[in-house]
Ligand binder design. Structure first.
Ligand SMILES: Nc1nc2c(ncn2[C@@H]2O[C@H](COP(=O)(O)OP(=O)(O)OP(=O)(O)O)[C@@H](O)[C@H]2O)c(=O)[nH]1
Ligand SMILES: [Mg+2]
Length: 152
């Protein structure tokens, strides 16, 4: 994968120095993990695909659930990761109780990105689990993003 970060740093330091400084930084601050959370079809995988270029982040048709299990995407790559995105199964799927998964994923993430379709009036399926997630770590920042369907 094209790595703009490494391309920039290679102009000012060699590989060994880069790895040394990276290890020092990682001791002080972990690699941030951004948790994409929202109803099915709200644009979680689309955003990850757009931001990381990862074709493994499969975008659905917006009608049927696409992402069936959680997955982490590293940016720009697995070797020199500066940020991670956690793609998750959509809330509101019939027969899917996210309680257990929320508890497990909550330990791994530093920021929540909550995706909601701008026209979605039925947000209960996201509000209740989100309250649970907030309760588990009230200090963790939450970013809310709304996607609007474009008429062509
Ligand atoms: N107009 C518009 N469509 C979007 C946007 N983001 C996603 N979509 C469309 O919404 C549909 C669902 O997108 P996904 O990224 O698969 O949604 P998801 O939240 O990952 O869905 P699940 O994996 O089923 O939980 C696709 O048809 C996308 O093209 C957006 O910002 N604007
Ligand atoms: Mg998805």
């Amino acid at each position: 994968m094209w790595n703009p970060f490494r391309r920039f740093t290679s102009q000012i330091m060699d590989d060994e120095e880069f790895q040394r400084q990276r290890a020092e930084l990682l001791k002080k601050a972990p690699i941030p993990c951004l948790w994409l959370l929202g109803k099915t079809g709200s644009g979680k995988s689309s955003m990850i695909r757009q931001l990381t270029g990862a074709t493994e982040a499969v975008v659905g048709n917006g009608f049927r659930p696409q992402t069936r299990c959680s997955r982490i995407f590293s940016f720009p790559d697995d070797e020199s990761t500066i940020v991670r995105f956690l793609d998750t199964r959509g809330f509101g799927e019939a027969g899917y109780d996210p309680t257990e998964e929320i508890a497990a994923l909550s330990q791994q993430s530093h920021l929540l990105i909550v995706t909601v379709r701008a026209t979605d009036q039925a947000v209960d399926a996201i509000v209740a689990p989100l309250r649970e997630v907030r309760r588990s770590n009230p200090e963790r920042p939450v970013l809310h993003l709304s996607a609007r369907r474009v008429r062509r």
